[in-house]
Design a protein around this ligand. Structure first.
Ligand code: AP5
Length: 215
């Protein structure tokens, strides 16, 4: 019987979770489920959920567990997740991790990948991050800039900076991460499913290690 891969990306804000989750999704043909992207889409659509979470996200706090669990449980029950899926940004605390276990596929094989990067590094990365609003591609003006400073290489759309990427909010997000999410590293280590990866190396090298970790 084949086991269904469930890959959980852990790491500080800006460590490279979203970047690596996107590569892995393409390489394995399984969906990347990003809680942050889902929330940002709701804010962009100005849906009732978006209106509710907008202020929390803007201030670097965590959205309540009940909302997040319902969002994620609903998403992983979709047919495209039946052969496995990649979680980027979820779980974010112990309660979310415990609840996730109750809905994992019966024959699932969980791998938690912790992308390690220093605080100094992630602050610099986030300061340089630019996003394409059309295709979602993520750039970095320091590490891999677009050919034209303000435009997406793929579709020419003007890039933007996330409104929770200001220096002040980034510091708050890092504090929230240390208090709420960092303990999950121990949680998954005790379960014997944690793989630690050095995130401070060229993206392709990080990807190489991620692919090796999920074999
Ligand atoms: P979320 O969107 O999950 O943000 P985050 O965890 O803070 O992570 P980031 O998206 O900032 O960073 P990343 O690690 O994905 O880095 P990236 O690959 O972009 O959450 C946002 C908010 O939503 C939260 O604050 C909270 O309010 C809410 N939320 C989300 N999930 C929740 C949950 N489960 N419960 C409650 N609330 C929730 O890379 C960063 C930059 O570095 C990019 O520019 C990239 O190009 C560059 N880069 C990547 N890798 C490298 C490399 N190897 N070398 C050089 N540069 C690199």
């Amino acid at each position: 019987m084949n086991s269904i891969p469930v890959v959980i990306f852990l790491g500080a804000p800006g460590a490279g979770k979203g970047t690596q989750a996107a590569y892995l999704s393409r390489a394995k043909g399984i969906p990347k489920i990003s809680s942050g992207d889902m929330l940002r889409a709701a804010v962009h659509e100005d849906s009732p959920l978006g209106r509710r979470v907008h202020e929390i996200m803007k201030n670097g706090g965590l959205v309540d567990d009940e909302t997040m669990l319902s969002l994620i449980k609903d998403r992983i029950s979709k047919p495209d997740s039946s052969d496995g899926f990649i979680l980027d940004g979820f779980p974010r605390n112990r309660h979310q991790a415990e609840e996730l276990e109750t809905v994992l596929p019966l024959h699932g094989r969980v791998i938690a990948i912790n992308i390690q990067a220093s605080e100094e590094e992630v602050v610099k990365r986030i300061a340089g991050r630019r996003n394409c609003p059309k295709c979602g591609h993520v750039y970095n003006v320091y590490f891999h800039p677009p050919a034209d400073d303000e435009k997406c290489d793929l579709d020419g759309t003007t890039l933007f900076r996330r409104n929770d990427d200001s220096d002040l909010v980034v510091r708050k997000r890092i504090m929230t991460y240390k208090k709420e999410t960092l303990p999950l590293i121990d949680y998954y280590k005790k379960k014997g499913v944690l793989k630690a990866i050095n995130g401070v190396q060229p993206q392709d090298d990080v990807t190489h290690e991620v692919l090796a970790a999920v074999q």
